[in-house]
Design a protein around this ligand. Sequence first.
Ligand SMILES: Nc1ncnc2c1ncn2[C@@H]1O[C@H](COP(=O)(O)OP(=O)(O)O)[C@@H](O)[C@H]1O
Ligand SMILES: [Mg+2]
Length: 293
Amino acid sequence: MTRIEMFTGKGGVGKTTMSVATALQHAQSGKTLLISTDPSGSLSQIFSQALDQQVTEVASNLDAVELTRKQVLALWRAKFGDEIYTVLSSFLPVGREIIDYIEGAPGIEDEFMLDYLLTKAQSTVYQTIVWDTAPTVTTLNLLFIQQLFYSHLTQAQKVYLKIKGVFTHVDPLSLINKWRHLTAQIIEMLQTQTTAWVVANPERLPVEQALTIAASLTTFGIGVNGFILNKMLPAELCGTHPFWQAKFESQQRWRERMSQAAGGQMVKEIPELSGERMAHGLLEEVSELLGKS
Ligand SMILES: Nc1ncnc2c1ncn2[C@@H]1O[C@H](COP(=O)(O)OP(=O)(O)O)[C@@H](O)[C@H]1O
Ligand SMILES: [Mg+2]
């Protein structure tokens, strides 16, 4: 079974850096896929090749893909557009433009992203999928609401079809049941195959957001591996100037807060490194540090 390791946390804290470093590590022991759905994604720049069209090999044993909103919506339309029209037009007087309206609904692309992830996980090509993602709490909420919604929709359809007596073409009920099954599979994938790292920097907002995200993930039944506290200032540097000393002390307070709130959960610490942005050296160093701590 493919293992999914997700990296989440506030923007700019180091999700992509941690994802890439981890994916490179996993690729040493088995075929690995790195998927980025972070809207401010930068995989293409890191690997210096276009990754927003399809899954591409970026290193030995490592494939990567960066899903943009536009691309996800196009995939969604191709896969579900006709089905949605069939179901809705079976009990509402709507034209095909209904697909455009639904495509514009908030969260649709995140949701389809989960379907994409499921396809990749079920393909059994990969030992590990590393998922670089923006906070997905709203998406997860949607997913569970949707489960309920489909149950109600099935009931409504049964009543409607009884009144109407007949229908033509594809059976809308079987489509709704298919969606319901798909949603159940996605939930199961998240609860049994997926674990999460929550990344933060030692500052107020990233730490508070990380704790909120971790709590929601736990509520949804997604295993939290622990936290990564990234960009810690090294103590030996900070005695040299009051500015750095104050910054260091503030970081230490947020570090304390994090480890208290984390309870028994692991908190890995990664120092602020001086390497070039996303240069190979920096990634290798992070990879090593993640393995060590
Ligand atoms: N430990 C670190 N030391 C130095 N620079 C880092 C470190 N971690 C991340 N960075 C840099 O910080 C920036 C944001 O990191 P990134 O991984 O893109 O964050 P996110 O994906 O959460 O938005 C990038 O320029 C990255 O190279
Ligand atoms: Mg990113």
